[in-house]
Ligand binder design. Structure first.
Ligand SMILES: [Zn+2]
Length: 271
């Protein structure tokens, strides 16, 4: 029975994955992500229901558009599998089993799904465009307020901790409105700060700090490799020149998910 349950969770995850690829492509272009039909980015042909099955359509179409035969980027296929797998991993780690399925567990898992959506959208858009979309940040704030409200109902003692995070959100948003006109470049930094608060609310302080350390380690290694490559070509760039183009939100998001999985695995082993 559990195999059946996890298959369904994998399918739901891959459907989310196919939404992610569409949203990462459309949100920065200010296109509608819900009402507009999916279309081929090459020939603009509307996609039919047979073209829209995650993973399966890609395999049956041989990785090509049915209408213009243009190759579909394997990124879509990879993100669908990755997203399905992530959903299964989190379902397993949260203890979702057929025999013990409860409403609380379903709600917990739904929040994880909403949170994964936030991280993947913010990281994906940043990787593609080196930009943090304000719409995605706002989505993060909305789901964290929903999550905090839920936690306050389930566990009333933690209310003060959440009030502090709400105040942080408000301070940053006020700062953003004040400085927006004068320093447009700061919007990336503001986006990162909002992202960090959302991550703290959904995971916790320790996981976020470990994630930031992992991100810095990653950046240090990346800088080293880039410099070694540049030395060979004799075009040395400064650290600032290299980091300016780095997608920080992408690395932060990826580290956060890795540490979160690590911590969940760790608690299961030691219980
Ligand atoms: Zn096409």
């Amino acid at each position: 029975m559990n195999i059946f349950l996890y298959t369904i969770i994998f399918i739901i995850g891959s459907l989310f994955g196919s939404f992610f690829t569409l949203a990462v492509y459309r949100i920065p272009k200010k296109q509608d992500i819900i009402h507009t039909h999916s279309y081929c980015p090459n020939c603009n042909h509307k996609l039919g229901i047979l073209d829209l099955f995650p993973i399966i359509s890609y395999i049956f179409l041989g990785g090509k558009c049915r209408y213009c035969k243009e190759k579909i980027r394997p990124r879509y296929f990879i993100l669908e599998i990755l997203s399905g797998t992530l959903f299964v991993i989190f379902a397993f780690l949260l203890g979702i089993r057929f025999e013990t399925l409860s409403l609380i567990k379903i709600i917990d898992f739904s929040f994880i799904a909403l949170y994964l959506t936030f991280i993947i959208l913010i990281a994906g858009i940043d990787k593609e465009n080196r930009k943090i979309e304000k719409g995605v940040s706002i989505y993060g704030i909305i789901i964290s307020i929903m999550y905090m409200t839920y936690l306050c109902i389930v566990d009333q003692f933690s209310i003060y901790r959440y009030v502090i995070y709400l105040v942080f959100y408000i301070i940053i948003l006020v700062l953003d409105t004040i400085t927006l006109k004068r320093f447009a470049k700061n919007s990336y930094l503001i986006g990162l700060l909002l992202m960090i608060i959302t991550m703290v609310i959904f995971t916790n302080e320790l996981i976020v700090i470990l994630g930031i350390i992992l991100t810095f380690l990653g950046i240090a290694i990346y800088l080293l490799i880039t410099k070694l490559k540049a030395l060979r070509k004799k075009q040395v760039k400064s650290d600032a020149q290299i980091t300016k183009k780095m997608s920080m939100a992408f690395y932060l998001g990826a580290s956060n998910i890795i540490i979160l999985i690590y911590v969940l695995v760790d608690t299961i082993i030691f219980n």
